[in-house]
Design a protein around this ligand. Sequence first.
Ligand code: OFO
Length: 166
Amino acid sequence: MAKINAAMVERLNAQLGRELAASQQYLAIAVYLRGRSLENFAGFYFRQVDEERNHAMRILRYLLEVGAKPIVPQLDAPSTDFSSLTEVVKLSLGYEEAVTAAIHELVDAASDGKDYATFQFLQWYVAEQIEEEATFSKLLDIIEMSDNVLQVEAYVSQMSVAKAGE
Ligand code: OFO
């Protein structure tokens, strides 16, 4: 029998699905950007694909650790039709905000249910979402202030160097 209750298992499986859906969505965006020869920008999204997958895998491993069954979900097809960089980054930021809200609901549920293990497990996601929202929000600022996409490419390239040096 799982060490966490069935409702929490269901909630965590739903979050597992959201993380995988984010990974798929960012993959579709990376392909779109690569198709427009924005190599750095595409590279940034390809890295996000891996990050989101890792977020999903953390949940999957946690469920296994507590004796619960992870569900590998069927995913809706991601959006693939974009008309601008602004649209792409706004969509991403909106996605991250929705994920943050979902994580906070999970934290509330863990706290209300006195599920201290899951509460502790979720703290990593709370911190991660602050970083994710900040990243996309800065990116949106840069895009809105830039005169051309080459400035955006240069900025994303710097972001990658900074991240590699962390
Ligand atoms: Fe999983 O952090 Fe973005 O969504």
